[in-house]
Design a protein around this ligand. Structure first.
Ligand code: ASP
Length: 336
């Protein structure tokens, strides 16, 4: 296993190929643990993991909490509606309260881009030893989702050895509301780092042309790209064209809560042009899998029949894989 140098996990743009390999290797080991009987490892005994979700979550929060418990950590969770935020306390002061209670790892989700990174910066500046994991910030980044999607795909292509190499040269289609999706952004960094070729598909209102250059330059604040050679990214507006030759298809939720203006004609129109169905998938091979980060709008991004088809849909597998991937992240941060 390579050296792990990250104190925080904020954005996959900062991950090297070795970092992905390390996470996948550990996740595969944790995935092999029994899910009943003696299912706890002592690795994080005496550590406190605090989840601070300032935005709703079903999967990410419960998966991080379960992952922490499987590593024997203590878990504390914060709920914004019943907190002193409503009495005017600042976000940083609220977070410092949890640090003063002994939190070793903070998992932070916020609707505003950059909140986990700025908390990490402020806590580092005041000499705190706490690690921050980004549980999703605005439309910017969702690293644990990008990693669990990568793990799910790597297991699909190479069940016995799900390494980054399993993605090399694979064509992965990402279809839908790319503009508002932190999941798409994290997947773009992860998939291209592992040598996959990504085809983005969606209407211009939800997929601006600029996305074809998304991984071309390091993001603000990062002087260079830790990955020497990335796979390609291109845009294909026609879904049938995009699906031809695909190895996997990832569809994204329409993020209505982040749309500030009317960007769609109607949901029916969207489904007709960008929704996945069995008939549509006939364009690609019979075994091409479908992913979705959830929550799904049934009948909009994909049909209910496709979502429930275990031969095609990896949606439940993604949820299951979220636990070992988050165990890997907590383990690596606590150990570093
Ligand atoms: N659950 C994912 C997220 O928090 C995807 C979504 O909400 O559509 O970004």
């Amino acid at each position: 296993m390579s050296d792990w140098s990250h104190r925080h996990v904020l954005d996959l743009a900062a991950f090297s190929l070795e970092d992905y390999a390390t996470v996948l290797e550990l996740a595969q080991r944790f995935r092999a643990m029994p899910t009943s009987g003696a299912r706890k490892l002592p690795a994080l005994q005496g550590r406190l993991v605090t989840t601070l979700f300032f935005e709703p979550s079903t999967r990410t929060r419960s998966s991080f909490e379960l992952a922490a418990k499987r590593l024997s950590a203590d878990v504390q969770s914060f709920s914004p509606s019943s907190s002193s935020l409503s009495k005017g306390e600042s976000l940083l002061d609220t977070v410092r309260t949890y640090v003063a209670m002994g939190a070793d790892l903070l998992v932070v989700r916020h609707r505003c881009t950059g909140v986990p990174a700025s908390l990490a910066h402020d806590l580092d500046a005041s000499g705190e030893r706490v690690s921050v994991l980004n549980g999703g910030d605005g439309l910017h980044s969702h690293p644990s989702q990008g990693l669990l999607d990568l793990f799910t795909l790597a297991r699909q292509f190479a069940p016995e050895a799900p390494t980054p190499e399993a993605l090399r040269g694979r064509r992965i289609v990402i279809v839908g509301d790319v503009l508002h999706s932190r999941v798409a952004r994290s997947n773009l960094w992860a998939l291209t780092a592992c040598g996959a070729d990504v085809v983005l598909c969606g209407p211009p209102t939800l997929l601006p042309e600029a996305f074809s250059d998304f991984v071309a330059a390091p993001p603000p604040g990062q002087s260079s790209d830790p990955v020497a050679r990335r796979g390609s990214v291109r845009i294909e507006r026609d879904l049938d064209q995009a699906l031809a030759g695909a190895d996997a298809v990832m569809t994204l939720r329409l993020q209505k809560e982040r749309m500030t203006q009317q960007l769609l004609t109607s949901l029916e129109h969207y489904h007709r042009h960008y929704g996945l169905t069995h008939a549509r998938l006939e364009r690609c091979g019979a075994s091409v899998p479908v992913l979705h980060p959830g929550p799904v709008n049934r009948g909009v991004e994909l049909s209910g029949a496709l979502l429930d088809d275990p031969r095609r849909s990896l949606v439940e597998e993604q949820v299951t894989n979220g636990i070992p991937v988050r165990m890997a992240l907590l383990y690596l941060l606590a150990a570093s």
